[in-house]
Design a protein around this ligand. Structure first.
Ligand code: LLP
Length: 447
C-alpha cells in the first residue's frame, strides 16, 4: 500500500470496522455519531466498537482454537471480560487485581490463565482457591510458594464461598521460558531475550532445571505439568521471530511429551496511515507451519495470548480542544482535555497516532500541529506530529483512533485528572461500561 499523503484524511484502515462517514463527513461508529457521544458523555471518552471487538475475538478463536486467551492487561473492565468470554476466549490475568475483575464479571475460573513474574503468596492462593485453568510459572521462588501452598492451604477469607481451598487441589501449570529470541520492538516491551526478568532462560540451563522440578511435582501429584510458554514481546510486526522461537524451543519441548505450547501475545497493529500489520490468521498459520517443520507433534495444543490485536483498533478516544497556541517559528500546539493520564504511550514509547475531526472525518488535514494534553509537563504529548483540518478550532471534538489497547488500562490520575468513561457502541446504542470518575472519586481513598 502506498502511504497516504501526510495531510490526507485518516485511513479507513485505522478506524473501527463499523465506522461510517456520512454525506456531511460526520463519523459514526456502531451507528452512533461521535460528536454526539462526546456531547452526551463528556470528554475525554473511550469509545469501543462492540462489533469490532467481538469479531476480533472470534477471529482469534478461529485461528488458534480453544484455549486462546485474551491478555486482559491491554484493556479490562467487567464488560470486556464478559465479551471475550462470550466469544469463546480464555482470559489471561497477570495480577490478583485482574483476577478479581474477571471473576467479578462472572468468567468461570477454569477459563483463566494466571501470569506474573512475581506472584505473591496471596495471589497464588486466590488463584488456587477458585481453581484457575492454568498457572504460568515464572520463577523458582514461585515453584516453592506453590508447593508450600498446596501442601498447607491457608484459610482464605472472602475468596471462595466456604473460604477454604480444597485440599491438594492440583493446578495445571506451564513453565515460562525465555527462548533468547529478540524481536524488533521498543526495548520496554521486549521480553523473549535472555537478559529478562521473565521466565526461565533456555541457554543458562534454568529452563531445564525448572522443568525437572515441575515434572517431579507432577509425579508427586502436586501439580499437573502441561506445557511450555514463551512470550517474545509486544507490537511485533514480523512473523519470523515467532517461527524462530518455535524452532529454538522445539528441541527442548518435543522430548518432554507435554500437551501444550503457548507462544504468548505480541501481534502488532497498524496505528497510523500506511502502516500494515499481519492478521490473526496469518500469525497462527505461520506458527502452525513452524511447529510442523520443527517436528512438534500434531496433537499438541499450540495457542496464544493476544491483547493489543483484539482491542487496539476497536477503540478511539474523543477529546475536546481547549486551546490553540501558535508559537511563531516553531509550531502550533493544540491542547486537549486529557493527555498522558489517558494515553501514556507517546511519553513511554514515543508512539504515534493519527488525529482527526469526527465532524469532518473525510477532510484533508493540511495543518501540522502538536496535540498535547493538560498535564504539567512538556512530555505530555498526545500526537507529536499530527495533521488536522485547517478549520480546527477551540471546542472541536478531536479523535485519536487505535487507542483501545494500553490506554485506559494504563490510565492514571496524574494531576488529579479523573479517568475518562468508557462506552461500548453497537446498533446505534451507546452503553456506558465504565463511568467517568468524579472529583469525589479522587478523595475516596483518603482517610
Ligand atoms: N502475554 C504476556 C505474557 C504478556 O506479557 C503480554 C503483554 C501479552 C500476552 C499481550 O501482548 P500483546 O498481544 O498485547 O502485545 N504497555 C505496552 C505493552 C506491554 C505488553 C506487556 N505484555 C504498550 O502500550 O505498548
Amino acid at each position: 500500500m502506498i502511504p497516504s499523503a501526510p495531510d490526507g484524511p485518516v485511513d479507513r484502515s485505522v478506524l473501527p470496522s463499523t465506522a461510517e462517514i456520512d454525506a456531511d463527513g460526520r463519523l459514526t461508529i456502531g451507528g452512533c455519531d461521535l460528536v454526539e457521544l462526546a456531547e452526551t458523555h463528556g470528554t475525554p471518552l473511550f469509545v469501543y466498537d462492540e462489533t469490532h471487538l467481538r469479531t476480533a475475538c472470534r477471529e482469534a478463536v478461529d485461528a488458534w482454537g480453544d484455549g486462546v486467551a485474551y491478555a486482559t492487561k491491554a484493556f479490562l473492565c467487567m464488560a470486556m471480560a464478559r465479551l471475550a468470554h462470550e466469544e469463546g476466549m480464555c482470559l489471561d490475568v497477570a495480577t490478583g487485581g485482574e483476577l478479581h475483575v474477571v471473576l467479578a464479571a462472572g468468567v468461570p475460573a477454569d477459563r483463566l490463565v494466571l501470569h506474573g513474574n512475581n506472584k505473591s503468596t496471596e495471589e497464588l492462593a486466590a488463584a488456587l482457591a477458585v481453581g484457575v485453568g492454568r498457572i504460568i510459572v515464572d520463577s523458582f521462588d514461585e515453584i516453592d510458594r506453590l508447593e508450600a501452598l498446596i501442601a498447607d492451604p491457608p484459610e482464605l477469607a472472602g475468596t471462595v464461598d466456604d473460604g477454604v481451598m480444597p485440599p491438594r487441589w492440583r493446578p495445571k501449570v506451564l513453565a515460562r521460558i525465555t527462548p533468547g529470541v529478540e524481536v524488533h520492538t521498543h526495548e520496554f516491551v521486549r521480553t523473549g531475550q535472555e537478559d529478562s526478568k521473565f521466565g526461565f532462560g533456555l541457554t543458562s540451563g534454568a529452563a531445564a532445571r525448572a522443568v525437572e522440578k515441575l515434572a517431579a511435582l507432577d509425579a508427586q501429584g502436586i501439580v499437573e505439568f502441561v506445557g511450555i510458554h514463551a512470550h517474545l514481546g509486544s507490537q511485533v510486526f514480523a512473523l519470523a521471530p515467532f517461527a524462530q522461537a518455535i524452532h529454538v524451543l522445539a528441541d527442548f519441548f518435543a522430548p518432554l511429551g507435554l500437551p501444550e505450547l503457548v507462544v504468548g501475545g505480541g501481534l502488532g497493529v497498524a496505528y497510523v496511515n500506511g502502516e500494515e500489520a499481519p492478521v490473526m490468521a496469518d500469525w497462527a498459520a505461520s506458527v502452525a507451519d513452524a511447529c510442523q517443520e520443527a517436528g512438534i507433534a500434531a496433537d499438541v495444543r499450540v495457542t496464544a495470548e493476544p491483547g493489543r490485536s483484539i482491542v487496539a483498533a476497536a477503540g478511539v478516544t474523543l477529546y475536546r480542544v481547549g486551546t490553540v497556541k501558535d508559537v511563531p517559528g516553531h509550531r502550533t500546539y493544540l491542547a486537549v482535555d486529557g493527555g498522558m493520564s489517558d494515553n501514556p504511550r507517546p511519553v513511554l514509547y514515543g508512539s504515534g497516532y493519527e488525529a482527526f475531526l469526527p465532524r469532518s472525518a473525510d477532510a484533508h488535514r493540511p495543518m501540522g500541529v502538536r496535540v498535547v494534553g493538560k498535564h504539567c509537563e512538556t512530555g505530555d504529548v498526545v500526537v507529536a506530529d499530527a495533521f488536522v483540518p485547517q478549520s480546527t478550532s477551540v471546542d472541536d471534538i478531536l479523535c485519536t483512533p487505535v487507542t483501545g489497547a494500553y490506554g485506559h488500562s494504563m490510565a492514571s490520575n496524574y494531576n488529579k485528572v479523573p479517568r475518562p468513561a468508557v462506552v461500548f457502541v453497537a446498533d446505534g446504542i451507546a452503553r456506558v461500561v465504565v463511568r467517568r470518575e468524579t472529583l469525589d472519586d479522587l478523595i475516596r481513598l483518603d482517610v
